[in-house]
Design a protein around this ligand. Structure first.
Ligand code: TYD
Length: 205
């Protein structure tokens, strides 16, 4: 059975760099793999993302946010993730349902049982085999992103982002066998090495 690996973390933690590195390393070894990300890969996902990230002029409630991220996710699972896993292609996804648990659950303060239930619908029960958390202090991550072109999430307070970070840590503690927590303040090479150690053990010999 193919592997489903997700990357998670706060703003500026380096997920996209590390997910690309892992994708390239697996591809070089001729391991069948695709790299995708949330939100906004499918045609529907792109439209939803534009709304969620850039609509400054309309009000989007936390509950609507929860549902919209999961609408985009349902499309991605059905159109991209599940068909590839079924074909035996490993899937790497930059953000997945844990982003909703942390941003809409811990960050926005939505009722956790509701978030878990809606995520269950959006993912259609598909849980990653491995989730890599790139953890770094909020201020450091936000500083890496810079001041230009901030979206609806990047303009949130550092208190919001601290709740997101703590939320990730709690999730990882509750399910340690699924999560790999990596200190994302280390060099890119060190981080990639730690990730590779874990992923290579999961690959069939
Ligand atoms: P984007 O720039 O696409 O991603 P990244 O931060 O990974 O580079 O922004 C996506 C934003 O949406 C990011 O701030 C996290 C947020 N988000 C949620 O709030 N809930 C979710 O379920 C997902 C997938 C993302």
């Amino acid at each position: 059975m193919a592997l489903f690996i997700t990357f998670e973390g706060g703003e500026g933690c380096g997920k996209s760099v590390q997910s690309k590195r892992l994708y390239r390393r697996l591809s070089k070894l001729a391991v069948p793999v695709i790299l995708t990300h949330e939100p906004g890969v499918t045609a529907l996902g792109k439209k939803i993302t534009r709304l969620l990230k850039w609509s400054q002029d309309i009000n989007i409630s936390p509950m609507a946010e929860l549902l919209l991220f999961n609408a985009s996710r349902a499309q991605l699972v059905e159109e991209v993730i599940r068909p590839n896993l079924e074909k035996g292609v490993n899937v790497i996804c930059d953000r997945y349902a844990d982003s909703t648990t942390t941003y809409q659950g811990y960050g926005r303060g939505l009722d956790m049982a509701t978030v878990v239930a809606v995520n269950g619908v959006g993912t259609q029960g598909l849980v990653p085999d491995l989730t890599i958390l790139l953890d770094m202090p909020v201020e450091e991550g936000l500083a890496r992103k810079g001041e230009k072109n901030k979206d609806r999430f990047e303009t949130e307070s550092s208190k919001f982002h601290k709740r997101v970070r703590e939320g990730y840590k709690k999730l990882a503690e509750t399910e340690p066998e699924r999560w790999l927590v990596v200190d994302a303040t280390q060099s890119k090479e060190t981080i990639a090495g730690i990730i590779w150690q874990r992923v290579s053990r999961l690959l069939p010999r």
